[in-house]
Write a protein that binds this ligand. Structure first.
Ligand code: PMP
Length: 286
């Protein structure tokens, strides 16, 4: 069945939705995005995603296409029209269509392009992967230096996922100057003793919305949180490892470059944080 998607003020069947070939999102990757999960028909941490979108737009001097209230209404309308119980809402804002190709940013009269669509994933919170854990490989982080901005420049993350697949793994962790930055599409964590360790916030990583919530819950549960860079060797010697993202929540990592982490099975800290995260976020969903 065809989805109903949103393009610049209109709800349309997906086959009828169109964006210009001159759109800067298409020609220049001049665009930012957000992915918000839906559980039980409700949005998970919409406020967090709306705030990060505003920040990404601000950092790139890109106009905001509409207010947060309007964005929320569009998200909800798409959930309803597409009958989404569990899944994701993908949102993208581009610098619009100047009618030609030019490196210079277009004048303010060129309006941003706003596109949203749904991805239905029934039962996504019961992913079998959460029970067995993920295998990851390490690869060099050769992305640009503003990873804190959620741009659609996803070619290297895509290549990283393909490298992982080729190596028989599920994903890749990116390494720069000997230290893990993050996963291809998630934030990376290790657990040593009672300590949850994850890279500190800077331009080097995306400031995960799930990361912020999970660290808050970890502290509330009296876990010790250390925000600092760590190495792949530390990850291999850790008791546990896991990732977080809006669509995977908290997902255990059980193998790094072919070496089992801890027992080689999902650990108790990741399991507990996943449970708390899902419980609390379901309660707060709107
Ligand atoms: N880092 C990167 C590079 C990502 O692409 C993502 C997910 N988009 C994340 C971290 C996790 O962010 P969030 O928890 O907001 O989904």
């Amino acid at each position: 069945m065809s989805r109903t998607v949103y393009v610049n003020g209109e709800y349309l069947p997906e086959e009828e939705a169109k964006v210009s070939i001159f759109d800067r999102g298409f020609l220049m990757s001049d665009a930012v995005y957000e992915v918000t999960s839906v559980l039980g028909g409700k949005l998970i941490d919409f406020a967090g995603h709306a705030a990060r979108l505003a920040r990404s737009l601000g950092e790139l001097d890109m106009a905001s296409p509409c207010s947060d209230e309007e964005l929320l209404a569009i998200h909800r309308e798409l959930v309803t029209r597409n009958g989404i119980t569990d899944g994701m809402i993908y949102l993208q804002v581009t610098r619009g269509n100047p009618g030609d190709r030019d490196f210079a940013f277009p004048p303010a009269s060129v309006k941003p392009t706003l596109v949203l669509f749904t991805q239905s994933k029934p039962g996504m919170a019961d992913s079998p992967m959460a029970k067995v854990g993920m295998k990851v490989i390490s690869i060099e982080d050769i992305r640009w230096g503003r990873r804190d901005i959620k741009t659609v420049q996803l070619l290297y993350p895509s290549m990283g996922k393909m490298m992982a697949k080729k190596a028989g793994a599920d994903d890749a962790w990116l390494v720069e100057d000997g230290y893990v930055t993050e996963g291809t599409s998630n934030n990376a964590y290790i657990v040593k003793g009672n300590k949850v360790i994850t890279r500190d916030l800077s331009d080097d990583i995306l400031h995960g919305i799930t990361r912020a919530a999970v660290l808050r819950f970890a502290r509330e549960a009296q876990m010790e949180v250390e925000e600092r860079a760590f190495t792949i060797d530390e990850a291999k010697a850790a008791d546990e490892a896991f990732i977080t993202s809006a669509s995977t929540f908290v997902m255990p990592v059980v193998e790094m470059d072919g070496t089992a982490i801890g027992t080689g099975k999902p650990g108790p800290v990741a399991a507990r944080l996943r449970e708390i995260y899902l419980d609390e976020m379901r309660k707060a969903a709107i």
